[in-house]
Design a protein around this ligand. Structure first.
Ligand code: NAD
Length: 496
C-alpha cells in the first residue's frame, strides 16, 4: 500500500505541524493538568509541550461523549452510514499516511519505513475492515414457543474509554476505535504519553470524515491522572486497555471501586518459540531473532525465548548471535533503517538492567551488552542482545520489552512445553516442526491465545488477537471484538 522513499524525512519532520491540545467535542481545548514534555528518542530533542487532562477535564470529555451518544448523532445512524464514514476516515488516514508515519517515528523512534509500510497499512486496513463490516453484523431470532417471539439484538455499550500504549500507537488505537465506533459507541481515547501527537491528528481526521463532535474525544495526559480518571469514572461503560500487566490490573481495581464497568485488558507477553528436533534450525532461529528484535523488541508478542533441544543449543546460540550482530540500530528517518530508537531513556535503562543482571546471574552473553549504542547523537539506542540462560533466569521469565533474546535448552518435548507455559503470560507461542502430529498435539498444550506454526507474526483482520493468563482476556480484531463493545438485549413478545 505504501513505500517509504526519499532522504528528506528529517526536514519534513522539522516542518510537521503538531497538535498540542486536548480534542473534546470537536474542539481543541487546553487541559488543566501538568503539561507533557515529550522528547524525541531519535536524538533527544525536546518536542512541543502538550496540554494534559486533569480529572475534571476527563469528566468534561465523558460528559461530551455521553451527550453525543444520547443525541443519536452517531449511535442512531443507520449502520451503513456509519460504515461509509469509517471508510471515509480510512481514506483520509491513507492520504495523510506519510505525515502520520513521520509523527510516530519522531515521537517514539520507530523506523519511518516500518511506521509507513507496516503500521499505517495496518491502521488503514483495520478501519476499512470495520467500515465494511458495520452493516453486516446481524441480530438473532431464536425459535421459541409458538405463542412467543424473542428478539436478541445488539446495542452499543455507550461510552467507551480506550487507553493505549506507544509501541504500535495508531494500530492499537485503530483496533479499539474501529469496532467500538462501527457499532455506534462514543469513544474517549487516552494515548500513551510518548505517542500523543499522532493520536491528536487522528482525531482531527475522524472529525473531518463526518464522525460528529463528542463521538471521539482525545484526552492526553499522565496515566495515573487522565487514565485513572477514566478508569474510575462512573459514567464510562467500557474500558478497552492495551498495556502493561500492572496497569491492566489497576483498571480492574478502578472498575471494582467505581461502577463495575467492563474492562478488557490486553497485556504483556513472553513468547516462547519452540524448535522441535526435526525443524530447519537456521530458519527457525532467524525468524525467532527477527520476531524478538522487530520494533526494537518493544512488542507484546516479541519472541523473546528461543527453546531448542539440548543437542542444538550451542549452534542455536551461535546463529542467534549472528542475527543480532547483523541488526544494527540506525537513524529512524533513514529509509534503509530496520531498527530504530528505544522509546525513552527510562526504557533503555530498564532493558540494559535486564542484560546486566542476566550476565551477573551467569548467563552466556553471545551478542550485545548492557551498553547504549550510538546511532544518532543524543538518541536512545540499544543493539540486540542474545543470552544463553536457563528458565529460572529473570530475563527468561519477565517481559523485557526490548531486543533481548534468551536461548534455552530443553530435554524433551514435555520439558519444552513446561518451559513454554512456565511464565505468568499466555499471549503467543510459536512451534517449528514438519511433524503434523506433533504440531497439532503440542499447539493444544500451549497455553497461549495465539500459536504460530512454522511462521511468526502472521495475522489478518478476520482473525482475533489476544491472550490468556496474565496476558489478559480481551480480543482485538475480527468480529469477536464487536462483543466487547455491545450488549445483548432480549425482547420477549407474547403473541395472542
Ligand atoms: P503502560 O501500561 O505503562 O501504559 C499503557 C497506557 O496506560 C498508557 O496510555 C498509560 O498512560 C496508561 N497508564 C499508565 N499508568 C496508568 C495508571 N496508573 N492508571 C491508568 N492508566 C495508566 O504500558 P506501555 O509501557 O505504554 O506499553 C507496554 C506494555 O503494553 C507491555 O507490557 C506490552 O506487552 C503491552 N502491549 C500489549 C499488547 C497486546 O495486544 N496484548 C500490544 C502492545 C503492547
Amino acid at each position: 500500500m505504501f513505500t517509504a522513499t526519499g532522504d528528506d524525512w528529517a526536514d519534513r519532520a522539522a516542518a510537521l505541524r503538531l497538535h498540542t491540545r486536548m480534542f473534546i467535542d470537536g474542539e481543541w481545548v487546553e487541559g488543566s493538568a501538568e503539561p507533557l514534555t515529550p522528547i524525541s528518542p531519535r536524538d533527544g530533542r525536546r518536542l512541543p509541550e502538550i496540554s494534559a487532562a486533569s480529572a475534571d477535564d476527563v469528566d468534561r470529555a465523558v460528559r461530551s461523549a455521553r451527550r453525543a451518544f444520547e443525541s443519536g448523532s452517531w449511535s442512531a445512524l443507520a449502520p451503513r452510514e456509519r460504515g461509509q464514514r469509517l471508510l471515509a476516515f480510512a481514506q483520509r488516514i491513507h492520504d495523510a499516511a506519510e505525515e502520520l508515519a513521520l509523527t510516530i517515528s519522531l515521537e517514539m523512534g520507530k523506523p519511518i519505513r516500518e511506521a509507513l509500510q507496516t503500521e499505517m497499512r495496518a491502521v488503514v486496513n483495520c478501519l476499512r475492515w470495520y467500515g465494511e463490516a458495520a452493516d453486516k453484523i446481524l441480530d438473532e431470532l431464536p425459535v421459541t414457543a409458538p405463542n412467543s417471539l424473542a428478539l436478541v439484538t445488539r446495542e452499543p455499550a455507550g461510552v467507551v474509554a480506550a487507553v493505549v500504549p506507544w509501541n504500535f500507537p495508531l494500530t492499537m488505537t485503530a483496533w479499539k476505535l474501529a469496532p467500538a465506533l462501527a457499532v455506534g459507541n462514543s469513544v474517549i481515547l487516552k494515548p500513551a504519553e510518548h505517542s500523543t501527537y499522532s493520536a491528536l491528528r487522528l482525531a482531527e481526521l475522524a472529525y473531518e470524515s463526518g464522525i460528529p463532535a463528542g463521538v471521539l474525544n482525545v484526552v492526553p495526559g499522565a496515566g495515573h491522572v487522565a487514565g485513572r480518571a477514566l478508569g474510575e469514572h462512573t459514567d464510562v461503560d467500557v474500558v478497552t486497555f492495551t498495556g502493561s500487566p500492572e496497569v491492566g490490573r489497576r483498571f480492574l481495581g478502578y472498575s471494582a471501586a467505581s461502577n463495575g464497568k467492563r474492562v478488557w485488558p490486553e497485556l504483556g507477553g513472553k513468547t516462547a518459540s519452540v524448535v522441535l528436533p526435526d525443524a530447519d534450525l537456521e530458519r527457525a532461529v532467524r525468524a525467532t531473532a527477527d520476531g524478538c528484535f522487530y520494533n526494537q523488541g518493544q512488542m507484546c508478542t516479541a519472541s523473546s525465548r528461543l527453546l531448542v533441544p539440548k543437542a542444538q543449543r550451542d549452534r542455536a546460540l551461535e546463529l542467534a548471535a549472528e542475527a543480532a550482530m547483523a541488526t544494527r540500530p540506525a537513524d529512524p528517518f533513514a529509509v534503509s533503517t530496520s531498527m530504530g530508537a528505544i522509546v525513552s531513556e527510562k526504557q533503555l535503562a530498564a532493558i540494559a538492567g535486564f542484560v546486566e543482571r542476566a550476565a551477573a546471574e551467569g548467563g552466556e552473553v553471545a551478542a550485545g551488552s548492557a551498553d547504549r549504542y550510538e546511532a544518532v547523537k543524543g538518541g536512545s539506542y540499544f543493539a540486540p542482545a542474545v543470552i544463553g540462560v536457563t528458565p529460572t533466569f529473570e530475563v527468561a521469565r519477565r517481559e523485557v520489552f526490548g531486543p533481548v533474546l534468551s536461548v534455552i535448552a530443553y530435554d524433551d518435548v514435555d520439558d519444552a512445553i513446561a518451559i513454554a507455559n512456565g511464565t505468568e503470560f499466555g499471549l503467543a507461542a510459536a512451534l517449528w516442526s514438519n511433524d503434523l502430529n506433533a504440531v497439532h498435539t503440542l499447539s493444544r498444550r500451549l497455553r497461549a491465545g495465539v500459536v504460530w506454526v512454522n511462521c511468526f507474526e502472521e495475522g489478518d483482520m478476520t482473525i482475533p488477537f489476544g491472550g490468556v493468563k496474565g496476558s489478559g482476556f480481551g480480543r482485538d480484531k475480527s468480529l469477536h471484538a464487536i462483543d466487547k463493545f455491545t450488549d445483548l438485549k432480549t425482547t420477549w413478545i407474547e403473541l395472542a
